[in-house]
Design a protein around this ligand. Structure first.
Ligand code: GLN
Length: 348
């Protein structure tokens, strides 16, 4: 069976590609990584653009100075600097990992059919596309699609669904993640907009459990606490065919990673996803607390934390630092150099 048209479930062969089909290079030496991480940290720590988010009241209390960076290689080593252990709520970054769990549970074909995996879902000449809010697009990396994704998480009750999320994300992180109850309560008291989106989707038949239940689970998943180091390890798990390189535990299949990462590349930084891909050349996901996770398939993950955000809601220092790391560590997926041997001899 072949899943290339996206309509068939994953098969053994695609789920576990043979190594010779995977060609993504390797990271520089450990000493070089350490030097590049600390040089970048010193270079960007004093950038003071952007503003800390305040639409979820509890988030406004964090220090704009906080800055943590971590790189986790698929070889299982982590290079961290600054406030890399400081915890913050995962927020939008949870969309990525919950989508990975759902894609893994349902299979990529059903996930695509129920959620959509396009960046806007609108035709090339759409006038509406100019007017529409990003949150109304059907991609699991923005709120509408993320709420629908959460509604598909396996589990007979809201508690079971949330347990599935915590257990799954904890395998990605390699430690048990816990909810920040203060941030959860703060967002739960102010999330009318997300509840509205969930009900609207329900009206369109694109919500797969009770919309209020889905919104509540979504708000809880956004309130899970992580650090930049956790994000690096979680990213490295997606970079390592779904296996956490520190613990050796499998979070999702390699076939699921292969389907989740392109969706991430289309919308992980909201309306700035094109700029991000242009600069960084890697799939990444940002969150309103100031975290960004970036995945370099076959090489590793990068986690950054710095609360001040740009107008699109993406961490300013995190974007600069990740751009720097992508260049210096040679992570960009679109970079190539001419074949060493030069062009083939022409005949005659
Ligand atoms: N919980 C937030 C929300 O849904 C997450 C947003 C974000 O991180 N950008 O509004």
């Amino acid at each position: 069976m072949d899943d290339d048209d996206g309509s068939a479930p994953l098969d053994e062969e695609h789920d576990h590609p043979t190594p010779e089909w995977v060609s993504t290079g390797s990271l520089p030496s450990d000493t070089e990584i350490q030097t590049i991480v600390s040089t970048g940290y010193k270079r960007f720590r004093h950038v003071d653009e952007g503003a800390v988010a305040d639409y979820i009241p509890a988030l406004a209390e964090v220090s704009p100075e906080a800055f943590g960076v971590a790189v986790a290689g698929v070889h299982g080593r982590v290079f961290a600097i600054g406030d890399a252990e400081q915890e913050f709520t995962i927020q939008s970054i949870s969309k990525l990992f919950v989508f990975a769990l759902v894609c893994n549970a349902l299979g990529p074909a059903e996930a695509r059919q129920k959620l959509g995996v396009n960046s806007t879902g609108l035709p090339f000449d759409s006038v509406m596309g100019i007017e529409l809010n990003e949150d109304r697009t059907m991609n699991p990396m923005v709120n509408a699609g993320a709420l629908a994704t959460t509604s598909l998480v396996p589990g007979a009750s809201p508690e079971e669904k949330f347990e599935h999320i915590v257990a799954g994300l904890s395998v990605f992180a390699g430690r048990t993640l816990v909810v920040d109850e203060e941030v959860y309560a703060s967002e739960a008291a102010t999330n009318d907009r997300n509840r509205g989106i969930a009900h609207l989707l329900s009206g369109y038949g694109r919500m797969y459990c009770d919309p209020d239940v889905a919104t509540d689970i979504y708000t809880r998943q956004c309130s899970l606490r992580v650090s930049a180091r956790d994000l690096a390890v979680m990213g490295a798990t997606l970079a390592d065919g779904g296996v956490n390189p520190l613990t050796g535990a499998r979070a999702v299949s390699s076939g699921s990673c292969r389907r989740v990462l392109p969706v991430l590349a289309t919308a992980g930084l909201y309306e700035r996803s094109g700029d991000w891909l242009y600069d960084v050349g890697l799939p990444g996901k940002s969150g309103v607390s100031g975290g960004i996770v970036t995945v370099s398939p076959g090489k590793g993950g990068v986690g950054t934390f710095s609360p001040p955000l740009d107008e699109a809601g993406n961490s300013v220092r995190g974007q600069r630092m990740t751009t720097y790391l992508s260049e210096r560590l040679g992570l960009n997926l679109f970079t190539s150099s001419p074949r060493q041997e030069g062009p083939a001899e022409s005949e005659g």
